[in-house]
Design a protein around this ligand. Sequence first.
Ligand code: C5P
Length: 231
Amino acid sequence: MKSKKITIAIDGFSSCGKSTLAKDLAKKLGYIFIDSGAMYRAVSLYTLNNNYIKNGIIDEPALIESLKDIELYFELNSTTNSPEIILNGVNTETEIRTPRVAEVVSKVAVIKEVREKLVLEQRKIGIHGGLVMDGRDIGSVVFPNAELKLFITASTDVRVERRHKELISKGIDISKYDVKFNLEERDLIDSTRKESPLIKTGDAIIIDNTKLTREEQLNEAFNLAKSLIIL
Ligand code: C5P
């Protein structure tokens, strides 16, 4: 039996388990896993660290001018077996997950030039297929010809609960109210922005994981992928 390496695009709202699924699925298929959100978060961290955000307002011309100085790549952590983002030579995987970055990332991600740079890099990574990438515009813009497109959803309560638990486990003291506020704000900006808004494409398959375990969700996605891979 012949198998081919396909591209799998996973999109959906914030904190609905896209990266967990993408990572699990890539591992099971022996594919590369890329969390495109980490790239937007790293550019946001760079923006913060360079003081291009004042009173919540981004100095867009300054950021756009500096985009050429931002070098991003992923490095595999051999202990967790997960790719971690390197921003200008520094591993920023932990820092990009903090509320400080979450508060601004969707505002940075609306900027056309930021998206153009990152989409170009994402396409380069996926040129040979054999990739699972998660984000907001993967099936609609980055890989519109992806063989399998999944759109992940979960109830807001479940998403808030999961993200809150994750942040607390990392030692970040944050209330559920603040987590919910950030999720809803990001979802609104991400789905209403002019440049590549989050949409469910017509050919994407919905997986609602509100009541699914991590394993059940993985099996559902794996079965869909398997039917496309085995020729
Ligand atoms: O996936 P994650 O929640 O880490 O993404 C952080 C933010 O990055 C999103 O809320 C969105 O604003 C932006 N993003 C995007 N396009 C992607 C991935 C993430 O606009 N493909």
